[in-house]
Design a binder for this molecule. Structure first.
Ligand code: FEO
Length: 575
C-alpha cells in the first residue's frame, strides 16, 4: 500500500512509493477522468506514473499531466532537489506524460533530455527553449552508477512513433510508459488482483495497442533480449509485478490474432498535429471492430521504401492531412507522392483533416486518388473546430464502414459456410424485436436487436448480444446506460424498417422518429410497446459478438394487452 496518499477535494491525489533499489514511483491519481480520447470512456479514472532512479547520477523517467503541476512538483521536491536530476528520460511525448517537461527544465536547466530522435524533435516544438539532449536508439545504454545501467528499447507506435522503453539492469524494472498500461485508478500500486484489472487492461489494449499489433510483436521480441523482468513500470494504472507473464502473453496472443487478419489498412498522419491523434484513433478503432488490421505510419517518415511496402500490402489507405507548408509540410510532400505513386485502383481510400492551424486541403489529394480509380467509402472528414463526441462517433463509424467494405466477401463466405441442416435448426431459435437506443454527450446511436433475453431476477437483468462491428457497441461499455425499446406485434414494421437502414457515418438515427428522453438521457421511442432503462454491468466476449449483461433500472408499458413483436427466422447464419 502507498507510503503517501492524500486525497484532495478535486480528486487529484498523489502516491509516492519505493518500488525497487533507489527507484521511486510518483503516481498521479486522476480519479474522475472519464474519457481518454474518443471511444475510450474511462470507468475507473486513470493515473500518470513517473519514476525517479537515484544512482550516482539521477534520472527521472517521464513527468506527468500538467493538471498535476502543483502536486507533482511538491512531491518531486520532497524526494530530491530537482536541480540534481541529471537525465530526464522521455518515453514518448504525449502531454499526459510530458506535460511538465517545461517546468522541469526551468527547475533543472542543465538536465539532459534523453529520447528517440523523433521524441526530441517533438519536444523542441513543445517547449520552445534550448535544452541539452541525448538521442538514443535500440540497445543504447546509459550508466547511472551504483549498478543502474539503463538499456533502451525502441518501441515505435506503442502508441506514438517516438516511443522507447527503458530497462534497468540492476533492478530489472522495465519502464514502458503506455504499453502494458491501463486506465485504472486505485490506491493499490501493483497488479495483485488480476480479476479487478483485466477488463480495463483489455479495453486499453484494444483502443491503443491493437491498431499497432505488428509493432507490439516487435517490441515483445526486443524485450526477450533483456534480462529477467521484475516489474513492468507502466505509465498508466498499476505497475505489473504479480502477473507479468500472463499479461504480456495476452498482448502476444491478441496481437498475433490481429496480425492474422487478411486485410490491412494503412493509416498515415502526423501524431500531435492538430487533432490528428484522436481522430486517427477513432477511425482505427472503428476499423478494428471489423477485424481488419490497421498499420499506422507517421507521414514525416523518411523511409520511403517502407511507405511503398505498406501501401502495396494494404487494401485501404487513410490519410490525415499534414500542414500545408513549413518543415513538416516539405517532408510530408515526399511521403504523399510516394503513397500516390504506389496506389492502385483496387485501394479503398479515406481522408480526414487534422484540424491543425495550417491543414493542406483534402481536395487536390482526393482528386489525384480519384484519377487512379480508387474507391472512397466515406466522404472526407472535415475538422473545423475542436472535435465533439458526435465527430468522434462519425470517425469511428466511417472506419467501420471502410472495414466492412473491405471484408464484405469474407462476410458472405461465412454466411454460406454453415452446414445446411445445422443452419436451419439454429434458425428455429426465435426472439423478440427491439430497438436499443443510447446517448452520450451530443452523440447518439441505435440498433435493431433480437438477441435479447432476461438473465436474472435479483437484480433484474438482461443480456443483449451486439456484433462487434456495430456502431452502438461504443455506447455499451460497463457503466453506460441505454434503453431497450420493445416493439409491438401489430406496429413494428415502420420502426424496424427505419432502423434497419444503412446510415452514413455520423447520420442522425432519430431524424423523423418520435422520441422523448428517458431519465438516463437515452431516447425512448414513442411508438414502442414498452421500454426498459438499463445500465451495463459486465460484458462477455463471444467471438464476433459482445454479450452485454445489464441491470434493468426502470420500465414502462404503453399498452397493457398488446403483444411483443417476434422475429421468426429460417436460418441461423444471420439475424
Ligand atoms: Fe499515456 Fe500516449 O500517453
Amino acid at each position: 500500500m502507498p507510503a503517501v496518499a492524500e486525497r484532495t477535494h478535486t480528486r487529484l491525489t498523489l502516491q509516492t512509493l519505493n518500488i525497487a533499489t533507489d527507484t521511486t514511483v510518483i503516481r498521479c491519481l486522476d480519479w474522475d477522468r472519464d474519457r481518454f480520447d474518443i471511444e475510450f470512456p474511462l470507468q475507473n479514472g486513470t493515473t500518470y506514473n513517473s519514476f525517479l532512479i537515484q544512482g550516482e547520477q539521477v534520472a527521472l523517467i517521464d513527468t506527468s499531466h500538467e493538471k498535476f503541476k502543483a502536486l507533482y512538483l511538491q512531491a518531486l521536491h520532497g524526494l530530491i532537489d530537482p536541480s540534481r536530476i541529471d537525465y530526464l528520460i522521455i518515453s514518448h511525448t504525449e502531454p499526459d506524460h510530458s506535460g511538465l517537461v517545461k517546468d522541469l527544465l526551468e527547475l533543472s536547466p542543465n538536465v539532459v533530455v534523453v529520447g528517440s530522435k523523433m521524441a526530441i524533435q517533438f519536444l523542441e516544438d513543445m517547449v520552445h527553449r534550448p535544452f541539452k539532449r541525448q538521442l538514443v536508439k535500440n540497445g543504447d545504454r546509459l550508466d547511472l552508477g551504483q549498478g543502474h545501467v539503463l538499456e533502451f528499447v525502441s518501441a515505435p507506435n506503442l502508441h506514438w512513433p517516438d516511443t522507447i522503453f527503458s530497462y534497468d539492469h540492476l533492478s530489472q524494472v522495465l519502464f514502458t510508459c503506455d504499453a502494458f498500461g491501463m486506465h485504472y485508478c486505485d490506491d493499490y500500486t501493483y497488479d495483485e488482483d488480476l480479476e479487478l484489472i483485466e477488463t480495463d487492461f483489455k479495453i486499453y489494449y484494444d483502443c491503443l495497442m491493437g491498431p499497432n499489433a505488428r509493432s507490439v510483436l516487435s517490441a515483445l521480441k526486443r524485450m526477450q533480449t533483456l534480462g529477467e523482468i521484475s516489474t513492468i513500470a507502466t505509465g498508466h494504472g498499476p505497475l505489473l509485478r504479480f502477473n507479468i507473464s500472463p499479461l504480456t502473453e495476452r498482448y502476444r496472443q491478441w496481437s498475433e490474432e490481429q496480425v492474422k487478419a487478411e486485410t490491412t489498412v494503412a493509416l498515415f498522419y502526423i501524431p500531435g498535429y492538430g487533432y490528428s491523434e484522436p481522430i486517427a484513433q477513432a477511425i482505427a478503432n472503428g476499423i478494428g471492430k471489423t477485424g481488419v488490421l490497421v498499420e499506422t505510419m507517421d507521414l514525416r517518415t523518411t523511409d520511403l521504401s517502407e511507405v511503398r511496402e505498406l501501401v502495396d500490402m494494404a487494401s485501404g489507405l487513410i490519410i490525415g492531412m499534414p500542414p500545408h507548408d513549413g518543415e513538416d509540410g516539405e517532408i510530408t510532400h515526399a511521403t504523399l507522392s510516394t503513397i500516390l505513386a504506389a496506389t492502385r485502383h483496387h485501394h479503398t481510400v479515406g481522408l480526414f483533416e487534422s484540424g491543425g492551424s495550417d491543414d493542406e486541403s483534402v481536395y487536390p489529394l482526393r482528386n489525384k486518388f480519384q484519377d487512379v480509380g480508387v474507391t472512397e467509402v466515406f466522404p472526407p472528414i472535415l475538422i473545423k473546430a475542436p472535435p465533439t463526441d458526435a465527430i468522434f462517433q462519425l470517425c469511428a463509424e466511417a472506419g467501420t464502414d471502410l472495414g466492412q467494405w473491405l471484408t464484405r466477401d469474407r462476410t458472405v463466405k461465412q454466411m454460406k459456410a454453415l452446414d445446411n441442416d445445422l443452419d436451419k435448426a439454429l434458425g428455429r431459435i426465435s426472439a423478440g424485436l427491439y430497438i436499443l437506443t443510447a446517448r452520450k454527450g451530443n452523440a447518439a446511436s441505435a440498433m435493431l436487436a433480437s438477441w435479447v433475453s432476461q438473465a436474472s431476477y435479483e437484480p433484474l437483468g438482461l443480456t443483449v448480444a451486439v456484433a462487434k462491428d456495430r456502431a452502438i457497441e461504443a455506447f455499451l461499455h460497463v457503466g453506460d446506460r441505454f434503453i431497450l425499446n420493445i416493439l409491438e406485434e401489430s406496429n413494428y414494421q415502420p420502426l424496424m424498417r427505419h432502423f434497419l437502414k444503412r446510415f452514413p457515418p455520423g447520420a442522425d438515427r432519430f431524424a423523423q422518429v418520435k422520441t422523448y428522453p428517458g431519465s438516463n438521457g437515452s431516447p425512448i421511442l414513442a411508438d414502442a410497446l414498452a421500454y426498459l432503462e438499463c445500465e451495463v454491468i459486465t460484458r462477455m466476449e463471444c467471438s464476433d459478438h459482445w454479450l452485454v449483461y445489464s441491470r434493468v433500472e426502470l420500465g414502462r408499458v404503453s399498452k397493457a394487452d398488446a403483444l411483443t413483436a417476434v422475429h421468426h427466422r429460417k436460418v441461423g447464419n444471420h439475424y
